[in-house]
Design a protein around this ligand. Structure first.
Ligand code: PMP
Length: 362
């Protein structure tokens, strides 16, 4: 990420009163604090939980069983041995880079995608491209994309599968589709070629830093080696807390509440953008936290200046270039996140943003 932009974003996050359309953080009020606190006490006090002890690189068996059974319910023939618990989806992606040896190679991505993946692939020595030719793998945020919140079209799904290349399917937001219909995981269609990435960060809370990776059997030993080298294992404490929480919680009910909250916030934001920023176009998201808006014209607007002026007006956003593979700044675009603001704050934030953009000619 451009360091100027990062500096402004950090200042913004630290400034009281700034309404945050940046970041894409899960809603605080959805964190099941009491249930997690009970799970924490249970895990720490009960020696058999293993919470305070070292564990194995692949992660807790109970948690892997839970993850495998959810995937099984979605049509995947899988056993707990196929799951590796990771320190968030981000680490799963880093492991994938090592296992599929991307250094010096190319990775196919969508024209706009998750910046944490773009930065990672580049740091691992790969070139990010939008074609599928001659790539180490194709990376796709399936279910609901980041930043657009859109599902994979049938045509794109077919194209990815037909490419014959390994596919890394990042399902960070798949269970947060507003229609509640979680699509068939890509890995079901090509289990020998698809590496599946999931996380509890968006559906439950990112603070636990627990995600997972499912790789084809022939890559498992390599993936476990990479995991062990990175950090030996995911946090025993976080895994035990999760396992204890999931044993008692109705996770589907929790997901239903989360989907409903995010759907209504994203809808509110979409309406505010239509009202306040008529020069900007976007496609209505199908899930997730965010909307990606772009100006209709090629008018040059300095992103860092727009951010600084927005901060002065008490609002933040994520500049479009962060998400674009070509890092282009035109058309001027923004990712706006509805997830962590209440509905009236969403209206106020959008109105502040419109004022700030008018000031910078946008
Ligand atoms: N993939 C996507 C598409 C994301 O948006 C994020 C978080 N912003 C991640 C992966 C990383 O998630 P985690 O917190 O599980 O590392």
């Amino acid at each position: 990420m451009d360091s100027r932009i990062e500096r402004i974003q950090r200042q913004c996050a630290a400034k009281p009163g700034v309404l945050c359309l940046a970041g894409g953080l899960p809603a605080d009020e959805l964190f099941p604090r009491v249930a997690l606190a009970e799970a924490f006490v249970d895990s720490v006090m009960r020696p058999s939980s293993g919470a305070l002890q070292y564990g194995w690189p692949e992660g807790n068996e109970g948690l892997r069983r839970w993850i495998a059974s959810r995937l099984e319910a979605r049509g995947l023939a899988i056993s707990p041995e196929d799951v590796i618990v990771t320190s968030g989806a981000q680490q799963a992606l880093a492991i994938v880079c090592d296992v599929l040896a991307v250094a010096g190679g190319r990775v196919a991505v969508d024209p706009e995608t998750y910046p944490g993946a773009l930065d990672l692939f580049r740091a691992k020595g790969a070139r990010t491209v939008t074609t599928l030719d001659d790539v180490a793998f194709a990376y796709v945020v399936a279910g609901a994309s980041n930043p657009r919140g859109l599902g994979l079209t049938a045509a794109r799904r077919e194209q990815l599968l037909a490419s014959g290349r390994p596919i890394v399917a990042d399902e960070a937001y798949a269970e947060l589709r507003f229609d509640g219909v979680v699509p068939r995981p890509l890995v079901v269609d090509a289990p020998q070629r698809v590496l599946h990435v999931g996380t509890f960060s968006k559906t439950l809370c990112p603070g636990l830093r627990v995600g997972w990776l499912v790789v084809p059997k022939h890559l498992r030993a390599e993936a476990l080696r990479a995991k062990r080298e990175a950090d030996l294992q995911a946090s025993s404490l976080a895994q035990a807390v999760l396992e204890s929480y999931l044993a008692d919680a109705d996770f589907d009910e929790h997901l239903a509440r989360a989907r409903e909250l995010y759907a209504s916030r994203v809808d509110r934001l979409a309406r505010a953008v239509t009202r306040e920023l008529p020069e900007y176009r976007f496609v209505r998201p199908e899930g997730g936290f965010t909307i990606f808006v772009e100006r209709d014209d090629e008018k040059a607007i300095d992103e860092a200046r727009a951010l600084a002026v927005a901060a002065a007006h008490g609002v933040s956003f994520d500049p479009g270039s962060m998400f674009r593979v070509d890092e282009k700044r035109t058309p001027f675009g923004m990712r706006l996140s509805a997830s962590s603001l209440g509905e009236t704050a969403i209206d106020e934030a959008t109105s502040r943003l419109a004022t700030a953009l008018r000031e910078v000619g946008g």
